[in-house]
Design a binder for this molecule. Structure first.
Ligand code: AMP
Length: 117
């Protein structure tokens, strides 16, 4: 199992948003996750959900996060989709690693729904 935090930059943009050092347009928060609007929306609804922990990617998160964190995070994703009113139709996207187009190396999922703005 890969070690947790290997290569994690604690000053990445989303870590700084989690610490309250940078602003975000928050839509949801609980003990496990924070959700906020993507700064460059690709559709009418484009929200990011991030876990409250130092995980670089989906691969890191699923390999190393405690079970209650994993359950709490995915429950939060479902809650956010419901709160946004898109639970009947949305895309759930996670870019993983440079080859997967990941730009911010704090694990996050994109909730995307509706036409481009
Ligand atoms: P990716 O790592 O490829 O999933 O892309 C990171 C996403 O984060 C992009 O869709 C950016 O528009 C978005 N993003 C970057 N900085 C911010 C920010 N400060 N607030 C909200 N979204 C951001």
């Amino acid at each position: 199992m890969p070690a947790r935090n290997v290569g994690y930059d604690r000053n990445n943009i989303f870590a700084r948003i989690l610490r309250g050092e940078l602003p975000c347009r928050k839509v949801y928060e609980d003990a496990f996750a924070l959700a906020f609007h993507d700064i460059h929306p690709k559709a009418a609804v484009h929200v990011l959900v991030i876990p409250k922990g130092a995980y670089m990617s989906f691969v890191d998160f699923t390999a190393t996060a405690p079970p209650e964190m994993q359950a709490g995070f995915w429950r939060a994703v479902a809650t956010v989709a419901k709160d946004l009113g898109v639970e009947d139709g949305f895309r759930l996207v996670s870019n993983i690693g440079p080859e997967g187009g990941q730009i911010v190396f704090h694990f996050h999922v994109h909730i995307v729904s509706g036409p481009r703005p």
